[in-house]
Design a protein around this ligand. Structure first.
Ligand SMILES: [Zn+2]
Length: 192
């Protein structure tokens, strides 16, 4: 089932999420709905707060982005990664701050806008899978970027906070359009 995505301005997007417990009501259904919702909006990641559940859970699928890239870009941005489709429960990221890179990011809660965000190239992440089994993994490049973006959502942080004041200022008119519910989105958005 496709869920409405909480639009920029919704308080839930500024909230710190709590850990997901295995007895959370209808969590399997929520996860299935999140995949449907993300693909319907042609997104590559979605965090639970974006569908109004402030819990530590997000999904990422970097495969379509990987497939759409030229061989040269794959070598540059994926660093051996073939694209990842994964669910992350109660994640904790360790950043590798030795190398940073900037690239454009968008967000399903902030439709029609992109901004250049500087992030660490590589991360280590400890998390649980859909069976609450603990996992550890290292990601780099574009997949690491997507994971960091979704992880920020669990801390009530949007990519806008990483932008320079000037870039943010240039977005103000479009942002107020979203705030006022005047943005015609291709997928269902919810304004609170
Ligand atoms: Zn986002």
């Amino acid at each position: 089932m496709i869920l409405p995505i909480m639009a920029y301005g919704s308080p839930v997007l500024r909230q710190e999420s709590v850990d997901l417990q295995p007895d959370y009501p209808e969590v399997d259904q929520l996860i299935a709905n999140m995949w449907d919702t993300m693909y319907n909006a042609t997104g590559c990641g979605l965090a639970a707060p974006q569908v109004n559940h402030p819990i530590n859970l997000f999904i990422v699928d970097s495969q379509p982005t990987y497939d759409a890239m030229t061989a040269e870009d794959k070598a540059l941005y994926y660093d051996g990664d073939q694209g990842v489709k994964e669910l992350f429960i109660n994640p904790h990221i360790t950043y590798f701050p030795d190398r940073y890179w900037s690239d454009d990011e968008g967000c399903l809660s902030i439709p029609g806008l992109v901004g250049s965000v500087k992030r660490p190239w590589q991360i280590a992440i400890a998390y649980q899978d859909e069976n609450f089994v603990s996992k550890n993994a290292i990601f780099s490049g574009m997949t690491a970027r997507m994971i960091q973006h979704e992880y920020d959502h669990l801390r009530g942080k949007l990519y806008l906070e990483h932008l320079s004041p000037l870039s943010k200022q240039l977005m103000n008119r479009k942002l107020s359009k979203i705030l006022n519910g005047k943005y015609a989105s291709k997928y269902p958005l919810k304004y609170v």
